[in-house]
Design a protein around this ligand. Structure first.
Ligand code: F6P
Length: 369
């Protein structure tokens, strides 16, 4: 079947590199002779006035280095759970997928490039099962998508977290404090682990390794005993104590989001060791701003490879970085699970050999940092 018109949408939370992917898809598609449109705000734009916008060379000029997304992002509601206001003012989620598929047909869209994380890729997979020709592109700072060794946005987030940890280092040392830094990552510890090792944190806490406060406090004490009166701890938002549960915060709209573990860890260490402790949560700083060089290049490569896949007719798949190149990974394989940090991976082994405490075993503190 020949392709005449393609659409792009960016689902879920934003990540640095989205605009670079859009640019590469648009320019590669134009080369193929295809018309390109962008759907604003995930799938919402399909049913909104001016929600489907033409994307030509001019529209994507000078956006590779820009953060956010020119198409807008929403992580509330999707075709299978569309929010509809009820007469009493409450919101009910309804399956709107038939209408969404009809709209794609009305608009003459032959292929959808769905740029998103696991939630958006699951929706893309469902739409693909219903007959839409879909190609996914793996976006998220959390790096938790199966079928690719890395997602775009992750490198930028790790770089920001690493710089923040380094900055905390000097103030922690000056005041001889324990500084706890909470980073995003949902139920995966990639950001905490990579930034923690790169910035030589003393303790890294992540969801894959439930932690023990006795172990963490022992690390703080050992450092004090050897005259290193400060400790840097990076904790992933989804980390939790052995036998405990991850921490959630309720937002004003009633939805819950991971968060609060950093403050809890700092308080508890303060109580148990008598040390002065502080916590900081990096939150959306990790998602904001432009992409790193690595993410710009990766995003452009993902976008160009996604169009090559479409030209070859490889639908119902996500473009994955599977070294040495890009591969079409079936969407049902991608959405079958989450890519957690493997406990025997090289970075974990490196952390342990560097005596970084991962919260589960007492480490020998040498003359480090
Ligand atoms: O999935 C990316 C992510 O940044 C997570 O790390 C975080 O838990 C979540 O999004 C927060 O999303 P938001 O504040 O946009 O709802």
């Amino acid at each position: 079947m020949s392709i005449r018109k393609v659409a792009i949408n960016t689902g879920g939370g934003d990540a640095p590199g989205l605009n670079a992917v859009i640019r590469a898809i648009v320019l590669s598609s134009i080369r193929q002779g295809w018309e390109v449109v962008g759907i604003r705000r995930g799938y919402h734009g399909l049913t909104e006035p001016d929600g489907v916008v033409p994307l030509d060379r001019e529209a994507v000029r000078g956006i590779t280095h820009r953060g956010g997304t020119i198409l807008g992002a929403v992580n509330k509601g999707h075709p299978f759970a569309h929010p509809v206001k009820q007469p009493d003012g409450s919101i009910e989620l309804v399956d709107n997928s038939d209408k969404v598929l009809e709209r794609f047909e009305e608009l003459g869209i032959d292929v959808l490039f769905a740029i998103g994380g696991d939630g958006s890729l699951s929706i893309a997979n469902k739409l693909s099962v219903r007959g839409l020709r879909v190609i996914g592109v793996p976006k998220t700072i959390d790096n938790d998508v199966l079928g690719t060794v890395v997602t775009f946005g992750f490198d930028t987030a790790v770089s920001i977290a690493t710089e923040a940890l380094e900055r905390l280092h000097t103030t922690a040392e000056a005041h001889e404090r324990v500084m706890v830094c909470e980073v995003m990552g949902r139920n995966c510890g990639w950001i905490a682990l990579n930034s923690g090792v790169a910035a030589t944190a003393d303790v890294i806490l992540m969801p894959e390794i439930p932690f023990d406060f006795d172990v963490v406090c022992e690390k703080v004490r050992q450092r004090d005993e050897m005259g290193r009166g400060f400790t840097i701890i990076v904790v992933s938002e989804g980390a939790y104590e052995k036998g405990g549960q991850p921490f959630f915060k309720r937002r004003s709209d009633g939805a819950t989001r991971l968060g609060g573990i950093g403050e809890y860890v700092a308080d508890e260490i303060g109580k148990r060791t008598g040390k002065d402790t502080r916590s900081v949560c990096l939150g959306h700083l990790l998602r904001g701003g432009g992409p790193s060089t690595f993410d710009r290049l990766l995003s452009l490569r993902f976008g160009a490879a996604a169009v090559r896949m479409a030209a070859r007719g490889q639908f119902g798949a996500m473009v994955g970085l599977v070294p040495p190149g890009m591969e079409a990974v079936p969407l049902d394989v991608v959405v079958a699970g989450t890519r957690n940090v493997p406990l025997d991976c090289d970075t974990i082994r490196t952390a342990r050999i560097l005596d970084i405490c991962l919260g589960d075993q007492i480490t020998r503190t040498g003359a480090r940092s």
